[in-house]
Write a new protein. Sequence first.
Lengths: 324, 313
Amino acid sequence: MEKILEVKDLVTTFRIAKREYPVLRGISFDIHRRETVCMVGESGCGKSVTALSIMDLLPVNAHVASGSIVLDGQELTTLSHRARNALRGEKAGMIFQEPMTALNPLLTIGYQLTEGLRYHKRLDSKTARELAVQYLKKVGVANPVERLKQFPFQLSGGLRQRIMIALVMSLQPSLIIADEPTTALDVTIQKQVLALLNALKKDMDAGILFITHDLGVVAEIADRVVVLYSGMKVEEGPVEAIIGAPRHPYTQGLLHAVPNVDAEDFVIQAIPGTLPHVTEEIRGCRFHPRCPYATERCRQETPVEIEFVPGHRVACWNVKESAR
Amino acid sequence: MAKYIGKRIALMLMLLIALTFIVFASLYIAPGDPAQMVAGPSATEEDIARIRSVLGLDKPFLVQYGLYLSRLLHFDLGTSYSTHQPIAKEIAIRLPNTLNLAVASILLSIVVGIPAGIVAALRKDRLTDNVLTTASLAGISIPNFWLGTMLIYLFSVKLRWLPSGGMSAPFWTSQGVRQIVLPAVALSTATIASFTRIGRSSMLEVLQSDYIRTAKSKGLSGWIVIMVHALRNVLIPLVTQFGTSFGSLLGGAIITEQVFVVNGIGTYLINAINTRNYPVVQSTVLIIAAMFILINLGVDILYSVIDPRIRYD
Ligand SMILES: Nc1ncnc2c1ncn2[C@@H]1O[C@H](COP(=O)(O)OP(=O)(O)OP(=O)(O)O)[C@@H](O)[C@H]1O
Ligand code: SF4
Ligand SMILES: [Mg+2]
């Protein structure tokens, strides 16, 4: 399968109190066409920063310090902001977490849906509106023609998120990034939107980077999974392997933290301790203060990523030893 | 939208009625015998009695208020104690000068203040921003009578570029424009400065918002993102400020007219206060307050034009 996105050794730093701190510490992963890659990890581990680095939408105090991002065969990190802006929307689109605030409150849905089409595809407004109606139908919005005249405040969160999805899809990007697109929604609406994305995924040509910290969502939508911990990728593999037989102690902890309501002994075994702050330097494995299997080596040396079985990569000293 | 504006107009009418009541009541309890004052010092007892009954001054308070309202509806604001002329006529001569000054100042504030605020926000923490922020702080702190005096000294006395006062020529003539420049600059400096500050902070906040990030994620040009997506949202707090600023602008106009010897209603009011010419004071206050109420109605309508959340409420 064709690679849509190749991220290699990505380091993104934030300037905090006049010093640069790496929030991403060398992340690598690929996304293929028609593939959905889920990125998971605790809050603050760098999922959104990864997405914003790819989109070139980082806040002013952050920048990509090193590494490479290749989108559709084109290296992005060497391009100017202006050149990257030109690729946004058409090459890579993004669905955000907060549907309530992601749309401009003062502009109609119709305007916001069609402006990208008019701008990028040079469509006249009639054709753009027709296309917008088609996409609204695709994402299951009833009365699409009336919707175009409405303003965001007149619509529910679930509807707004469907509109965001239609907006991103209508520009037919090669890569779609969805940053926790269902987190802000009610559980029932969450299920609907997820089902919609799952259905749409099949007739889209794009690769999808789906960010979530809900492992239930991962099981439903992912082809492959990338697990981040404190700005590092700790494990990556096919969804069955990550959910069924995770190797990294952190991934195992994450899975245990999912309340399993079916089980007789209903317990939530959260990972002890908290994620280290980005400004905190930790020698060796960044997970060792919280890891039940930490050894002396873990405290001294940063683990090297190994390909445990083809396609399943882990960065943990322990795994290497048990596997060989 | 119609419902919203209807509500606003009803509210405005109520405010106007309350205003006339306050003005009338304060005139009623003001010292001095109005009939005597209107009649003048040489009037006989009979003259005064006749005037008293013509003005209805022998009637009960509420009846007098009713008469006052009906006179107001006929643009009759009473008679000046000092000139014995109809006040409405005297105000009609002076009001255009004040309005010219106020409108020129508000236009200057919009045209200079809002873009300055936006530029400052877009150049945050750079030299341009620092200069504009410092200048706006100075602009807010400088009293307008002092600034007016300094402007006269520099541009009229020293450089002899512009007249030091008066507003005799109509504003569409070049002399009229030359006459209005200095007073308008003096009067609008504080408003320009507050528009700059509010425009800047509003723009900074809007630039942080999620919908701007969404607009950027569509790959639109930076210009479209600012002009289409940011600007309208930036205007909302500025419209609020506009209503308040107009009030302080009218207050400032009273002083500015003094400095630049403009024959406007500010000068009219000050002279009336100095001569205890109560009907003129009251009528002028009534006109200024009514203008303020009308402007705020305009502001409310402007809101509904910009913000659909108000329009569809
Ligand atoms: N504007 C910012 N200024 C300073 N640090 C920031 C900023 N935004 C993010 N960070 C840092 O980057 C780290 C990663 O943030 P990021 O938003 O990528 O987390 P996340 O994995 O998306 O979390 P969540 O699940 O809560 O969305 C955070 O721990 C935070 O310390
Ligand atoms: S490297 Fe060591 S500390 Fe890190 S996860 Fe593996 S066992 Fe735990
Ligand atoms: Mg996030």
